[in-house]
Design a protein around this ligand. Sequence first.
Ligand code: PXL
Length: 276
Amino acid sequence: MAYKRILTVQDISCVGQCSLTVALPVLSACGVETCVLPSAVLSTHTGGFSGVHFRDLSEDIPAIADHWRREGINFDAVYTGYLGGTRQIESAEEALLPLTAPGGLVVVDPAMADNGKLYSGFDETYVDAMRGLCGRADVILPNLTEGCMLTGTPFEEAYDETWIRHLLKKLEALGAPCVVLTGVGFAPNQTGVALCRDGEIRYCAQEKLGGTFHGTGDLFASAFVGASMQGKCPEEAARIAADFTALCIRNTLEEPAHWYGIKFEPALGALTQMLN
Ligand code: PXL
């Protein structure tokens, strides 16, 4: 298998076990060369800390991309996560997606909302811009909340398979040929992934573990991209990413002091093994 090089674009939250501080180790554990473009530097993530220091790197993104373009550098995959504003979404579309190698993969995790609410600092304009970026992707990885916001669907805690099928069809209509919707469960003790590809829908169910944990979406997305780069089909990549995420959640359960993130580090070896 050829050695793959990917670019991931998302923030560095210095404390908080999410975005780049998750993506880089997870992708490395998957055996993929990982180039990074930090979209912003934050003292912590925005999910529960107050007075966050935020350094917006929007101005630097086009200049960095331009340098890579002049050097002839391109990537087997471009994977975007949390982007710090609409300007960064535009830069991702205009300057970064063109750096995808022929036949390469564009993966968009529209990391902007959870539990029925947008993350702090985002608004409808941001959602509109993210909808456009999703339309340029090969794979999108929204959670249920993001899926609803991207399609103008009222968020429901109680839903059935028909409702999920409609949501997937609306997400597919945004333009990406593969939609991986996370956090879908049809029973109280169940969660999982609903995947829509070439018009076909498949489910990958998981036991629902207690609590909600910050950063699980980033872990899932990074493992999904890493597994895809190792030649796994989207269904297999989603299964591996879901198993890995569940393992990380198990490591974090029963430690209230670790509310801000997820203990993924001890599970990296297991992820490498799942891929072999
Ligand atoms: O895990 C998503 C995420 C990434 N980056 C920042 C965040 C969040 C979620 O709140 O605030 C800065």
